[in-house]
Design a protein around this ligand. Structure first.
Ligand SMILES: Nc1ncnc2c1ncn2[C@@H]1O[C@H](COP(=O)(O)OP(=O)(O)OP(=O)(O)O)[C@@H](O)[C@H]1O
Length: 261
């Protein structure tokens, strides 16, 4: 059965794209058919973070009715499917967010796990993804403004018939983690699924245009992302599942034939 997650936050810059890219890649490393979609159509950057070079057809064209979903799917590491958004303002204007439901319908037939990276705020392009997935996961940082904005998104999600499944506390520091965890659960009334530490390797990987779980698998943030992905995939907590190795031939083939078919 497919699981579809919307990764949201309210406040900008909490780590939605980072979480989407790394949970998607980690699940793909575990051999799970996974698709990540950039629904941040105004400020798209999932394709950039995942190192996609040319993306002539994107979610923009699909939502404008000019292309099929399959034409906007690109292959990432470990067979991860990526649907990027376009970078042009014209493409953003032409895209009709209402078509997202049809895109989801199509993608659910192609994968076991689906993640939607949504824009910050409560604009129409941010609101629709809150209802189309099985559950919303809120990405919160250890600061009060992030928590307040997450609460707004939780209330909004429930008002429009969606479900918030839990919170990922991202960029946590040692001294803040425990108190923040409790404060978040009390304020939002949903569990903190897990914590991802503040980790300079995340930014180093982003600069190299790769998710940290692929570029620096031994880093503390990678361990956290793999732990969350393993739990989502239903692996027992105490055993780390085997990671599929991507060989030279696969990497070369991906570089040469990026488009998913
Ligand atoms: N755990 C972490 N440790 C260190 N840096 C991080 C971590 N998570 C995210 N970052 C950095 O924080 C910045 C914002 O992250 P990201 O782009 O994922 O946020 P976002 O919520 O998607 O932003 P936006 O709202 O603008 O779409 C990036 O520079 C990213 O590399």
């Amino acid at each position: 059965m497919i699981r579809a997650y919307t990764i949201a936050s309210g406040k900008g810059g909490t780590g939605k794209t980072t979480v989407t890219a790394n949970l998607g890649t980690a699940l793909a490393q575990y051999g799970r058919e996974t698709c990540i979609v950039d629904t941040d159509m105004g400020m798209a950057n999932l394709g950039l973070v995942m190192g996609l070079a040319e993306t002539p057809i994107t979610l923009h064209e699909v939502l404008a009715g000019k292309a099929q979903v399959q034409d906007a799917i690109y292959e990432g590491p470990y067979g991860l499917k990526i649907v990027p958004s376009g970078l042009s303002l014209q493409g953003f204007q032409d895209a009709d967010p209402e078509r997202l439901k049809d895109v989801m319908q199509d993608l659910t037939n192609r994968c076991e796990f689906l993640f939607l990276d949504v824009p910050a705020g409560i604009g129409s392009d941010a609101v629709l993804p809150l209802t189309v997935a099985d559950e919303v996961i809120l990405v919160v940082n250890p600061e009060i403004s992030s928590l307040v904005d997450a609460l707004k998104i939780k209330i909004l999600t429930e008002m429009i018939g969606g479900t918030v499944g839990g919170v990922i506390l991202n960029r946590a520091t040692l001294e803040s983690t425990d108190t923040n965890r409790r404060k978040i659960e009390e304020t939002l009334g949903v569990p903190v699924i897990d914590t991802v530490p503040e980790d300079a390797y995340v930014r180093r990987a982003a600069a190299a245009r790769a998710p940290v779980v692929a570029r620096f698998p031994g880093s503390e943030s990678s361990k956290a992302f793999r732990r969350i992905a393993a739990a989502m995939a239903g692996f027992p907590v105490e055993e780390e599942p085997e990671v599929v190795q991507e060989g030279f031939i696969e990497r070369l083939a991906r570089a040469l034939f990026r488009r998913e078919r």
